[in-house]
Design a protein around this ligand. Sequence first.
Ligand code: GTP
Length: 330
Amino acid sequence: MKKKVLLMGASGSGKTSMRSLIFSNNPASLTSRLGATIDVEQNHVRFLGDLILNLWDCGGQDAFMDSYLSIQQSTIFQHVGVMIYVFEVETRNMEKDLNYYKECLSALQRYSPNAAVFLLVHKMDLARGPKAETLARKTKELKEASEGTEVTVFGTSIYDESLYNAWSRIVHILIPNASVLSRHLAKLAALCSATEVVLFERTTFLVIATSTPPPPPPTASNVPSGPSSARTNGDLSATSHSDHELEVDSDPHKMAPTRYERTSELIKAFKYSCARVREEFNALEMELPEFTAVLDELTRNTYVLIVVHDPTIETAALRMNIRLARPKFE
Ligand code: GTP
C-alpha cells in the first residue's frame, strides 16, 4: 500500500530540512548545508509492514512551481494522499506564497479531491511576536486563503519537538489500523501494569499509536467557540472545525501533551550520537526512583516504549512481555 505525500512550499521555507531530520536522522544543525532542491526528489519510506510513504519533496523555486502547475500538473497532483504545504512564519512574500498555494490547492482538488491538506507555519523559532498569537493569526489567514477547504495547521520548528508532533499527526491519518493498534497497546499496558505504552516507527521515531484512552467527548467547556476559532494547545496546533476534525480530535495524541514527540526527538538525537561513535542503537532501559522505562524493538518497523510506576516490576519482565506481544503486532 503506497501513500503519496506531497511536500510543497516556497524555496527556503524548510521542506528538505524537515525531511532530512525526520527521515534521514540528520541533526538540525546540519540543515544549513542543504542545497536547493532541483525539481522533485522522491523518497520511499517503508512505514509499518506494507505501508510505504512515497514522499515527493518539490523544490520551491518559481520556475519549478510554474512547471508543477502547468506541464507537470497531472503527474504531481494525481494519487495524492496528503499535501503538506510549508509557509515560513516571517516570510516577506506572503502574497506570492498564498497565490502559489491557492493554485496548488485547486490542482489538488482537480486530481486528488480526497487528499488531506496540512499547512505548516514553519520556523516558529523565528516568530517575532508571542508564538501562540502569531500562530493564531497565521492560521486565520491560511484558512481564509483555503476558501472552505478543510485544512489542519501546525506551528513547527526544526529546533523543537513541534515538528515531530505535526508529522506524527500527519502520518497517523495514513495508517489504516491505528485504532486497532491503540487497543492492542492498551491491552499490553494493562498486562504489564504500565502507566502507558507508546509505539514509534523505527526509522523516523514518529509516534504511531499510544495506549492512552481517547479523551472524553467534547463538552460545552472544551469545544471551540466557532468555525474559525484557532485553538492553540501546548503543541502549537490548530485545526479547522468540521466533521473531519472530529475524527482527528478523537486521536489521543491531539490532546496529549507533547512528551511523546519530545521522546521522539531525544531518541533521534541519541541514535545520532550512537552513530557518531559507530555504535548501533538497539534498546534502552531506565530505572529511576520515580519510574521504569523500557524501549525495545517490537516488530521490524516499530519500537515500543513501556513506562511503569511500580518499582516492583523488573525490566526483564517488561522485555519478556514485549517479546511475547510481538506476534500480535507483526
Ligand atoms: P527548496 O529546496 O529551494 O525548495 O528549499 P527548502 O524548502 O527545501 O528549504 P531548506 O530545507 O533547504 O531550508 C532552507 C534553510 O532554512 C536552511 O538553512 C535551514 O537550516 C533553515 N531552516 C529550516 N527549518 C528551520 C527552522 O525551523 N528554523 C530556522 N530558524 N531555520 C530553519
